[in-house]
Design a protein around this ligand. Sequence first.
Ligand code: GAR
Length: 188
Amino acid sequence: MKNVAVFASGTGSNFQAIIDAVEQGTLQANLVLLVCDKPGAKAIERANSHNIDTFVFTPKQYESKSAFETEIVSELQKRDVDYIALAGYMRLIGPTLLQSYEGKIINIHPSLLPAFPGKDAIGQAFQAGVEKTGVTIHYVDEGMDTGPAIAQGDVVLEENETMETLTKKIQKIEHELYPKTLQKIIEQ
Ligand code: GAR
């Protein structure tokens, strides 16, 4: 079975969907590590309550991105990590990690990329008044929410759509699509 590390910065609802899929056997992987750049993030509680190791760090305490990524790589190598799933990790991946895990880093983003990269993608799409938005799962390269797409899921906006209803619809698709897509990647 492949070893997977999840990177998250916040709530970790996608991390939870991945945990649930592993526990239900629909995602056949070992979740060996949560990497989190925000001490106190809810994602850490989720890891703890499912006995998943964590590496929690404060970026400002390092002199550079490459310094903390070197530590992350060492934590990943210790656990023979095969794949990295970014799940709301709100930080660009630098060359240190990209070179060590080339083609093995996957991200989920709440828009139909290349539309609305970056922060608050749901809000950006809502403000733009689009008829359709959605979710993209893609391989990670050096850009912000760039890299080859692997899967997309659409969400059509209704006339009475609010940010709240749209966010719920997007999250529902994220939580189904991410574990399913990770399983397909791992099987290849
Ligand atoms: C998710 O919507 C994810 O797609 C997004 O952050 C949210 C994390 O939610 N990622 C990005 O915007 C990446 N640019 P979660 O912590 O509840 O999984």
